[in-house]
Design a protein around this ligand. Structure first.
Ligand SMILES: NC(=O)C1=CN([C@@H]2O[C@H](COP(=O)(O)OP(=O)(O)OC[C@H]3O[C@@H](n4cnc5c(N)ncnc54)[C@H](OP(=O)(O)O)[C@@H]3O)[C@@H](O)[C@H]2O)[C@@H](O)CC1
Ligand SMILES: Nc1ncnc2c1ncn2[C@@H]1O[C@H](COP(=O)(O)OP(=O)(O)O)[C@@H](O)[C@H]1O
Ligand SMILES: [K+]
Length: 484
């Protein structure tokens, strides 16, 4: 499991550790680790020229100390400084250490245009979202083929990972210290981070993290593997209320994925057309209402339909929501959510669906737009979790899973090819199967998102993936992750 801690938690752990260390020791360790990573990349990529973008705080100091190590190794290093004093050392001292520091009046554009590696030390965890004006010009001038290493985090991005920011650094790699921070794993900012490397500086953090990310090793701990004593009922039966006369594909995708994830049994409740298709495509499915351990309500469900069978189907959907069973609510089913539910509940909206849900459930707060949700995904998911008492899984390149209280999970396992119609129906099936097996909404959502993302990749590594292929890749992916 990857754990991320907020800047405040990191700073307070740092204070405790520093009390027993010589002044500057932590920064020295950070700079040493950073220099080692940069040196390795320069050797791998065959470059020799390094430009440091040096900000006013300790982040700039980390980058300058790392550059001094790189200069010792023989790399050609130059730093650019804005209209601020450096946090550590005067330009003359850095020059003596092999790192000439250029100011805004010097010609910084030429060395930057020739850089093989750019070390972004403009802002770290003390930064507010957005870049100082000088740094905007530097970032614009970074040559496209230079390898950009962000120190601690890509400057200009929100260290808390809460707000998306236009502009700011987009790094090829981010070298952070001790532990990951929310900026590295939350959806508003993760796309700017690139490859994440965590350098050990001897700082340990304890207690619950602010954000967790499941990795492959967690699958074996969490996945519900049947025992010899199990039968199909003890493994968990899932009910799926999905599809309608106009939306016939969603239930096929959802049921294919749920059965493939290893259910004891699946009961499907639909209208005539999708029922026929589910019967044909997923012969394991039992048609009709009955006793289940959890429900999936919503993929392809049109709550306004007057087609034959719709009313009876909606009655089952409403009864599921009124029951004390775990329910996953997706897509059209979200329109049936009226407020708090006490039983375990997992809502799985994408950004547009979350905006619609919030606008309806919290009209006093005014209309919520999709852009507002993508600009501040965590805050909006938290609001929905607190209004409904449910765990909210907000889909996207980085999928957030936000329980009503406690540590948030974030998964980013899927290739961008996964952004394809029907992929969400598959996710609902996988997560629903896990709810039926007794997992909490938090575990079902995050583990389901991980397996879904890996299945998308395995369905056609490096190329396009259709949702049905993703669903068919689920059983093999589970086996792969359990036996690796
Ligand atoms: N803690 C640890 O464990 C370790 C920490 N280490 C390192 O320390 C780094 C944190 O250093 P830091 O606290 O000096 O903050 P940092 O981000 O460099 O700069 C803050 C300065 O920028 C300014 N400023 C802010 N936003 C701005 C904006 N948008 N536009 C313009 N200016 C802005 C702000 O000014 P002000 O708020 O006064 O306006 C202040 O002067 C951390 O990321 C890591 O690299 C490691 O060495 C060892 C272990
Ligand atoms: N850029 C992306 N990279 C990776 N995965 C993505 C990306 N965009 C969307 N996804 C994933 O694709 C799925 C899309 O689901 P959804 O929007 O509900 O589609 P549908 O309703 O058509 O099934 C979700 O699992 C989401 O996390
Ligand atoms: K930085």
């Amino acid at each position: 499991m990857l754990r991320a801690w907020s800047a405040d938690r990191v700073r307070s752990a740092e204070r405790d550790l520093m009390a027993g260390l010589e002044e500057g020791e932590l920064m020295a360790r950070a700079a040493q680790g950073l220099a080692e990573v940069c040196s390795a990349r320069l050797h791998q990529r065959g470059g020799t020229r390094v430009v440091v973008l040096a900000g006013p705080g300790n982040n700039g100091a980390d980058a300058l100390y790392a550059a001094a190590h790189l200069a010792d190794e023989g790399f050609a290093c130059v730093a650019v400084q804005g209209d601020w004093p450096l946090a550590v050392g005067e330009p003359a001292a850095w020059l003596a250490a092999g790192v000439p520091v250029l100011s805004g009046d010097d010609d910084w554009a030429t060395p930057l245009s020739e850089a093989d590696l750019v070390l972004d030390g403009v802002l770290g965890i003390g930064g507010r979202p957005g870049l100082p004006a000088e740094a905007v010009a530097w970032v614009d001038a970074v040559p496209p083929d230079a390898y950009v290493v962000a120190v601690d985090l890509p400057s200009g991005q929100d260290p808390a990972g809460e707000q998306a920011q236009d502009g700011g650094v987009y790094a090829d790699e981010t070298v952070t210290f001790a532990v990951a921070k929310p900026v590295h794993v939350l959806p508003a900012t993760e796309s700017a981070v690139g490859r994440l490397t965590v350098v050990d500086i001897g700082l340990e953090l304890e207690g619950p993290a602010d954000v967790e990310r499941l990795d492959f090793a967690d699958v074996a701990d969490l996945w519900p593997v049947p025992h010899a004593s199990d039968d199909k009922y003890s493994r968990g039966v899932l009910g799926v209320v999905a599809g309608g006369e106009d939306y016939t594909g969603a239930p096929v995708l959802c049921c294919t994925a749920a059965v493939g994830a290893g259910l004891g049994m699946l009961r499907y409740v639909g209208t005539p057309a999708p029922t026929g298709l589910v019967r044909a495509a997923v012969p394991e499915v039992v048609i009709g209402d009955g006793r289940v351990q959890a429900w999936v309500v919503g993929p392809g469900l049109d709550t306004t339909s007057r087609a034959r069978g719709s009313k009876a189907q909606l009655d089952v959907a409403r009864a599921a929501l009124a029951s004390d069973l775990p329910v996953l609510v997706d897509a059209g089913g979200l329109d049936l959510v009226k407020g708090r539910r006490e039983a375990p509940t997992l809502l799985t909206p994408h950004a547009g669906e979350l905006a619609r849900l919030l606008s309806r459930l919290d009209p006093d707060a005014g209309e919520t737009t999709r852009e507002q949700v993508t600009g501040a995904p965590l805050a909006h998911a938290r609001r929905a979790a607190s209004l409904t008492g449910a765990t909210v899984l907000l889909k996207g390149a980085t999928t957030l899973v936000v329980p009503p209280e406690g540590t948030v999970r974030s998964q980013a396992d899927a290739p961008a090819w996964t952004a394809t119609a029907g992929a969400g129906d598959v996710l609902a099936g996988v997560c629903g199967a896990l709810l039926a097996a007794g997992l909490s909404p938090l575990d079902a959502g995050s583990l389901g998102a991980l397996v879904h993302g890996v299945a998308a990749d395995r369905a056609n590594p490096g190329g396009p993936v259709r949702a049905l292929a993703l669903a068919h890749a689920v059983p093999g992916t589970v086996a792969h992750l359990l036996t690796r």
